[in-house]
Design a protein around this ligand. Structure first.
Ligand code: 4AD
Ligand code: MG
Length: 467
């Protein structure tokens, strides 16, 4: 059997009939009659299966019995034109080898229970389902598209550290990293943990953002991006939050807030178009199976000019909606942070297209954002998307040493921990901007899934790190 080279199902489906081929994969279904068996085989290379036709008189009954749903097999045979509808070619089985049986009595995927919640508990089966196969292939394509986009624009891919001593967002949602013995923590004179005895000689955590280090890259190399795991110990069990997620963070010297918005809009539209052009089969499957407005939604975003609106105007619209009888769960007034329901109202009901909200009150945004002349707002920009809410958060950065030091102090942050960063404003400070795109939020949008746990292979959420 191994004399012929294995061909992936994706490529087999494009082959001209008449050749001898070898396919390997997992059995999706087996059906048939007295004389022939039809096996649908999938190897993960595409959402589509290749049909294997087995002449029952030519194979041993005991072998056939081992070919059940979920079993792993190899089939050598002739690729022929398919008589049945649905596929152009199929394989007329010559020899079949069973690599791994799959006991039908213990098979964890019964037709009746394939809910997303249940699948999350069956780590080995989840990626073998049509749905997760599709999602994971789209995820892979999107990661590639991100690198390709920035690479083609001359951005430098900068690897920022996962272990850090500074809280970029200042929100205190960090996972501590320590090698101290938790049963016997060394204490200092004040009775507090003595982090000078810890591995790094200071208190460290997993990063909540690569931005601060990214700024050092941008203010030296011009344009950089980071793309890596990001960790937040926020105890929010929502369909849009993960404790471990991936973030793409471009950071650009000499970009003001407008340049930053232009890049964010172009970037995200490019990614959506890329998905439509390169993941068609998978997206069509997701569209047909779960959300028949998915493709239309993707196409509309790819062709629409995003609305650009100051926060203050956004609040006015929301207040007007409330005056006209619209009910929100959370209150709205100038100065409050917007909840996802408010963001989605602006996007889905008011404007019916993506919105870039700018110039937020400085009190609800991070210390590094450039302060506006009004003394009240900062040059922040959040990109808000249908079904998702916030998909991107970014800003022009404060370039003035004086102003950034004043913000660090006002927020009670440790200046000592940040000196390495503040130095960028001390030595050749430059205007610059950047943003962060939540990779899984992008995937939620592109796949039409409704829970963020279902667009990452191994989700990490509060009380959940099973595998
Ligand atoms: O708005 P955030 O907190 O911005 C930053 O971290 C900036 N330092 C980015 C920058 O300017 N370089 O996060 C950016 C994006 C959000 O818009 C959201 O898409 C995603 O990261 N995000 C999460 N995704 C999944 N789970 C979470 N817990 C997330 N928190 C943020
Ligand atoms: Mg944000």
């Amino acid at each position: 059997m191994e004399q012929i080279k294995r061909t992936k199902v994706k490529d087999l489906l494009k082959c001209e009939p008449g050749v001898e081929v070898l396919a390997k994969g997992w059995v999706r279904t087996k059906r048939g009659n007295k004389n022939v068996a039809f096996i649908a085989l999938n190897d993960g290379s595409t959402i589509n299966n290749i049909q294997i036709v087995v002449d029952k008189t030519a194979v041993e009954e005991s072998l056939l019995q081992k070919i059940t749903t979920g079993a792993c097999i190899g089939v050598a045979g002739k690729l022929v034109e398919s008589v049945g509808g649905g596929q152009a070619v199929e394989i007329q089985a010559g020899t079949i080898e069973v690599y791994g049986e799959c006991d039908p009595m213990r098979y964890p995927l019964q037709k009746k229970d394939t809910s997303f919640e249940y699948l999350r508990t069956v780590a080995h089966m989840r990626p073998r389902t049509n749905t997760f196969g599709a999602i994971l292939r789209v995820r892979n394509q999107m990661a590639f598209a991100i690198h390709e986009y920035f690479h083609s624009k001359g951005f430098v891919y900068l690897n920022t550290p996962l272990i850090t001593a500074s809280d970029c967002e200042g929100a205190g949602q960090m996972f501590q990293v320590t090698t101290l013995d938790l049963n016997n923590v060394p204490k200092n004179k004040k009775g507090q943990p003595d982090f000078t005895k810890d591995f790094f000689g200071k208190q460290t955590s997993l990063t909540v953002s690569g931005q601060l280090e990214g700024e050092l890259g941008a203010t030296a190399l011009g344009e950089i991006y980071t793309f890596g795991p990001t960790f937040r110990a926020e105890n929010s069990n929502t369909p849009r939050h993960l404790a471990e997620f991936w973030m793409v963070e471009p950071e650009m010297a000499f970009y003001d807030i407008k340049d930053n918005m232009d890049l964010a809009e172009d970037f995200i539209k490019h990614l959506v178009k890329y998905a439509l052009d390169n993941c068609r089969d998978d997206i069509q499957f997701l569209n047909d199976r779960y959300d028949n407005e998915l493709i239309a939604r993707l196409e509309s975003v790819a062709d629409t000019e995003f609305v650009r609106l100051p926060y203050t105007e956004g609040i006015k619209i929301l207040e007007e909606a409330i005056a006209n009888g619209h009910e929100f769960e959370y209150p709205v007034s100038w100065g409050t942070d917007l909840q996802s329901e408010h963001e989605r109202f602006l996007v889905e009901q008011h404007f019916k297209k993506p919105v870039i909200l700018t110039d937020y009150p400085k009190e609800i945004k991070a210390f590094y954002m450039k302060q506006n002349e009004d003394g009240k707002t900062v040059r922040a920009m959040d990109v808000l998307f249908p079904k998702i809410g916030e998909i991107i958060g970014g800003s022009e950065r404060e370039a003035s040493l004086e102003k950034i030091e004043e913000r660090v102090d006002a927020l009670g942050m440790s200046r000592t921990n940040l000196e390495w960063y503040i130095d960028t404003r001390r030595f050749g400070s430059c205007p610059h901007s950047g943003f962060g795109l939540g990779f899984e939020r992008l995937l939620l949008f592109v796949t039409g899934m409704s829970n963020i746990r279902d667009v990452i292979p191994f989700p990490r959420t509060p009380k959940n790190a099973e595998y």
